[in-house]
Design a protein around this ligand. Structure first.
Ligand SMILES: Nc1ncnc2c1ncn2[C@@H]1O[C@H](COP(=O)(O)OP(=O)(O)OP(=O)(O)O)[C@@H](O)[C@H]1O
Ligand SMILES: [Mg+2]
Length: 227
């Protein structure tokens, strides 16, 4: 099991011309590895993560996940790939606005085919694990702080025990103590459940504690591996 990126290029066509954000990027991430992606604002971190999660497609190149070429999957197959294998934490959280914190996580469990009878219990436990308090469970996102919404989106990503967690600045809105807790939660998942984790971060402290760091500069990636 691994995630293999081969010669990916991504070009956006805009009214002011073409912008190539990723230039012939290749790397492999092994099962259970904890990887960070760093780089300046606008360097293409979110673009790369979206491509790994099949939320966007590369202009050229391929992504092979557990022996399947995800950029070649048809629409409904990509949806299945995401639902079954990927937990995605969006930079802007993307919670469903008219659902409560609890309902947002329950909905993810429903999509993942989790037994109906135990969805609420599991969602409650996941939200507790990321530090959401009981009185916040029944609040809609607009009545939660940014950091609380961020943690609900992390609980949602963990819901179906995905093999891959792709998280875009998952601690970006958290104080350092809460950020460290979330980081160690993710770290535990990679060590104990062999979950593969890719986090985009601006926090060099966090990046320095991951197995491998990819740095994006001018569309190219350099890799630093820690033993
Ligand atoms: N849909 C799009 N159309 C045109 N340009 C885009 C599109 N999405 C992203 N870009 C451009 O691609 C570049 C990379 O964007 P991306 O969101 O991946 O950066 P980032 O590294 O995640 O930045 P940040 O740290 O600010 O989140 C930026 O210059 C951005 O303007
Ligand atoms: Mg981004």
């Amino acid at each position: 099991m691994s995630l293999e990126v081969k010669n990916i290029t991504k070009t956006f066509t805009t009214s002011s011309g073409d912008v190539t954000v990723l230039k012939d990027v290749s790397f492999t991430i092994s099962n259970g590895e904890f990887v960070s992606i760093i780089g300046k604002s606008g360097s293409g971190k979110s673009t790369l993560l979206s491509i790994l999660g099949a939320l966007d497609s590369p202009t050229s190149g391929s992504i092979v996940v557990d022996d399947a070429n995800i950029e070649k999957l048809k629409g409904h197959e990509q949806t299945k790939y995401r639902a079954k294998k990927i937990g995605f934490v969006f930079q802007q959280y993307n919670l469903v606005p008219n659902l409560t914190a609890l309902e947002n996580v329950v909905l993810a469990l429903e999509f993942g085919g989790y037994p109906a009878a135990s969805r609420v219990d599991r969602a409650t436990a996941l939200l507790a694990a990321v530090g959401i308090e009981d009185d916040q469970l029944t609040r809609r996102p607009s009545r939660l702080s940014g950091g609380q919404q961020q943690r609900v989106s992390i609980a949602r990503a963990l819901a179906n025990e995905p093999a891959y967690i792709l998280a875009d600045e998952p601690t970006g809105n958290l104080d350092s103590v809460t950020g460290k807790k979330i980081f160690s939660l993710l770290h535990d998942l990679s060590r104990k459940q062999n979950t593969t984790i890719v986090v985009v971060t601006h926090d060099l402290d966090i990046a320095g504690k991951t197995d491998k760091t990819f740095t994006l500069v001018d569309g190219k990636i350099t890799t630093k591996t820690r033993s």
